[in-house]
Design a protein. Structure first.
Length: 277
């Protein structure tokens, strides 16, 4: 990869998309990812040509993405925070393993990780970088990079992220049918005993200010919120989801399963986070 092509983002759309996908996995917000990549390219154009431009851009983009993640997490947010759902057409062609790291359930769980841990996990799991390479990107020893990845894996080892596309599609169909009936008990029967509903309105549109807990409370909320909505299937982050429109409010939803039951329903209604769907 020659310097000129990498230093000209118009000639290297694929590289720019790769970097944006990397930054999005770290930040969970597409605008933050785009800003990190744009700044990385600006720094590249202003710097002496590095010997390995792609590696240089990866390092700078990763560090800028961590900075944006930390800044965003310090800001007050109204209600539960969910990652921004996106259309995977925004990204380059990716392997099945890479696509797994785009799961919204995983991105939400990654919020519990520190910035360096999250970046190390993404670089290892999505981009198969060696621990030595990760250490260079993060400016830490190889052993520290290995610890970051190991710690992240331990904290993210949950069975709720192992469901297939077919299972999620079937669960969404059953949930839609139950909601159409208007029967709270029918909806609650699809949920786990510790079910949760997360709603992200960002303080812009009406949404629950706290996570809703328990199958009956979750079912009542879902029936009350979505019963009169026009619902259609949708693909979010490469996984099955739905879009719902009611009284001028657009919502995008997805599920996290445990076995054949629904452990979590996530509903995004913040307009700022629906621009890429």
């Amino acid at each position: 990869m020659n310097d000129r092509s990498v230093r000209d983002p118009e000639d290297h759309l694929g590289e720019r998309r790769r970097l944006t996908g990397l930054a999005y996995r770290i930040t969970g917000v597409w605008a933050d990812a785009e800003e990190a990549v744009a700044e990385a390219y600006a720094r590249l154009l202003a710097a002496d040509p590095p010997r390995e431009p792609a590696a240089w851009l990866t390092t700078v983009t990763t560090r800028l993405a961590i900075d944006r993640l930390r800044a965003r997490q310090r800001e007050a947010y109204v209600g539960p925070w969910l990652p921004e759902p996106i259309d995977t057409a925004l990204l380059p062609e990716e392997s099945v393993v890479q696509q797994q790291t785009l799961r919204l359930g995983l991105l939400a769980l990654c919020e519990q990780l520190k910035g360096a841990e999250r970046a190390a996990f993404v670089l290892r799991e999505a981009y198969a970088m060696s621990y030595a390479e990760i250490g260079l990107v993060l400016g830490v020893a190889e052993a520290t990079a290995r610890q970051h990845v190991s710690r992240a894996r331990r904290r993210l080892q949950v069975p709720d992220l192992e469901s297939s596309v077919a299972a999620e599609t079937e669960a969404l169909t059953r949930l839609a049918e139950a909601l159409a009936s208007g029967e709270v008990a029918q909806v609650a029967a699809l949920l786990t005993d510790d079910a949760q509903v997360w709603t992200d309105g960002g303080g812009v549109v009406s949404a629950a200010r706290n996570v809703i807990l328990g199958p009956e409370k979750c079912a009542r909320f879902l029936v009350g919120t979505l019963l009169a909505s026009i619902v259609a299937p949708l693909t979010v982050n490469g996984r099955p989801g739905v879009t719902a429109n009611s009284k001028g409010v657009r919502r995008v939803g997805w599920l996290v399963l445990r076995g054949d039951r629904i452990a979590r329903v996530c509903i995004m209604s913040n307009p700022a986070k629906l621009a890429r769907i």
